[in-house]
Ligand binder design. Structure first.
Ligand SMILES: Cc1cc2nc3c(=O)[nH]c(=O)nc-3n(C[C@H](O)[C@H](O)[C@H](O)COP(=O)(O)OP(=O)(O)OC[C@H]3O[C@@H](n4cnc5c(N)ncnc54)[C@H](O)[C@@H]3O)c2cc1C
Length: 481
């Protein structure tokens, strides 16, 4: 329960109906795109500016309630899911691109800018913002920074962390700081920008974000290579990389995903395919043509039944559709869709695909896999029914095996979706207890009262479980006196 004083305090800061407590509003913000986890907050608050965010954070410290920052709620690890009695911080009006600086190749944006909106604005002036999560038409830059989101162009361009150059942050104590800036080289002190990227809403609230842009590639070639088997597709991926070509996009769909896509959208894909690869190369025209030619050649050598090359931007969009709609198509297959992002070094992709299939078969669940084959980031997706405890238990057992396989192959439990609530119990197996302890200590130093999204990434610590270092020094000094 949120105290009357806390509610009054919120209403005073966010005056004019910007504190929502109606049941229907609270239910709207009870979940994100992660299945199996939902909890309504005690209130939702819509701050107007960074000063209001700071005041709300200070109030949370005084009154002892937790805050959960939220972007579009498209997260797949439960980062934006409220914890009991928490208050959701919402940024629906923070959607301005404040500046595109063509001299410095940067953009200052508010956290609520939708990623696709920034793509369009940058491209309109001949620039390019590469991170392109599958959810780019809904997700926000604030959410992308908090999750260090990846995307389909990650193989060549990296993930969000490679583009965050500066941040205005309200810390969990309510202090505002500017980290980083437009200087490309800046090694003054610890790299706090990188600490914030991927912090899943637990270490600070981003109120402005400075992003690096790059020149827009001169041209793009898009192709779809169709295979009888997933092994042949895997061999093509290995051959393309070994051929010293770095496509912008190298995405894989397995047979189950292809069938779902075809049933959903009727794109004309043969349903007896074992796998397909969506491949895009971008850059200078002559290099792109050379690379595209070589990719077609290598794909054929390694067993592609057909390679379709887009002849126009419209055709390219048609070819991309198969990958872009994969999640929606699969979501029709069962009441509950669990989409994971176990990731392995790319040389281990064929073995990982085999192990995913084996885990599904062993536990009697349907698992379709698609994802960023070029960087080893796979999305095994299980169609199940959360109302059936036995089916759910089988799905969970399969995923436990899948995460264990990813770790055994030198990979990770999450390549881009984050740990959040959904995967926190798997974190110690990957990083080990000392590293989890270190993360909790970092959290405790920045957030001594555990007000910012506690319980995400690792189990929540009690308030002040690890008092900030300053407090300990004072305590010791006090004892010595
Ligand atoms: C169909 C589909 C496809 C997807 N494809 C991809 C993909 O290709 N790559 C990928 O990486 N992810 C993908 N995702 C997952 C998701 O879209 C990303 O994690 C995205 O970054 C979340 O952004 P959001 O605005 O929805 O954030 P939310 O889900 O609302 O929040 C995510 C996290 O960000 C924190 N947060 C939000 N705003 C702030 C802020 N201002 N300050 C501090 N913390 C904040 C929240 O507390 C939470 O921890 C996909 C999801 C779906 C449903």
């Amino acid at each position: 329960m949120l105290s009357r004083r806390a509610l009054n305090g919120l209403a005073e800061i966010a005056s004019g109906s910007r504190v929502l407590t109606a049941r229907e509003d609270l239910l709207t913000y009870a979940g994100d795109a992660t299945p199996l986890h939902r909890h309504p907050p005690a209130a939702v608050v819509i701050p107007r500016d960074a000063e209001e965010v700071a005041r709300i954070v200070r109030l949370a410290n005084e009154e002892g309630f937790a805050l959960v920052p939220r972007g579009a709620g498209s997260g797949l690890s439960g980062g934006a899911i409220p914890i009991p009695d928490s208050v959701v911080l919402l940024f629906p009006t923070w959607n301005r691109i404040l500046e595109i600086d063509e001299a410095n190749l940067t953009a200052w944006v508010e956290p609520g800018v939708v990623t696709g909106q920034l793509h369009a604005a940058a491209e309109a002036v001949g620039l390019f913002y590469p991170p392109d999560p599958g959810s780019m038409n809904v997700c926000t830059i604030g959410g992308n920074v908090a999750e260090n989101a990846g995307g389909l162009r990650g193989l060549k361009y990296g993930s969000t962390k490679n583009y965050v150059q500066g941040l205005d942050v309200v810390l969990p104590t309510g202090e505002g700081v500017r980290l980083g800036g437009k200087a490309i080289k800046d090694v003054a002190g610890y790299n706090l920008v990188d600490l914030m990227v991927g912090s899943e809403g637990t270490l600070g609230v981003f109120t402005r974000i400075l992003l690096r842009l790059v020149p827009k590639p001169e041209t793009v070639r898009t192709m779809l290579a169709l295979y009888d088997s997933v092994e042949a597709a895997g061999e093509s991926v290995a051959a393309i990389i070994a051929g010293k070509i770095v496509p912008a996009t190298l995405e894989l769909l397995d047979q189950a995903t292809i069938r779902a896509v075809e049933a959903f959208a009727g794109l004309g894909l043969p349903t007896d395919l074992g796998a397909l690869l969506l491949i895009e190369v971008d850059g200078r025209r002559h290099e792109v043509e050379q690379d595209a030619f070589e990719i077609v050649r290598l794909s054929r050598i390694h067993g592609a039944r057909d390679v379709r090359l887009a002849a126009s931007p419209e055709e390219a969009d048609d070819l991309r559709a198969a990958r872009r709609i994969a999640f929606s198509a699969l979501a029709r297959g069962g009441p509950t869709v669990i989409l994971e992002d176990a990731t392995v070094p790319r040389s281990a992709v064929p073995e990982m695909l085999r192990r995913i299939q084996a885990a599904g078969q062993r536990h009697g669940v349907t698992i379709a896999t698609f994802g960023h084959a070029g960087d080893g980031n796979l999305h095994p997706t299980c169609l199940t029914d959360e109302r059936d405890p036995a089916a759910l238990a089988r799905a969970e057992a399969a995923f436990e095996e899948i995460f264990a396989a990813a770790l055994a192959l030198g990979g990770t439990i999450t390549g881009e979706h984050g740990v959040g609530l959904a995967k926190r119990r798997f974190l110690p197996a990957q990083v080990g207890d000392p590293a989890v302890r270190l993360m909790r200590q970092i959290k405790a130093v920045l957030d001594p009262n555990q007000v910012l999204n506690p319980g995400k990434i690792f189990e929540p610590g009690p308030r002040c479980e690890h008092p900030p270092l300053g407090h300990r020094v004072h305590e010791r000094a006090g004892r010595a006196r």
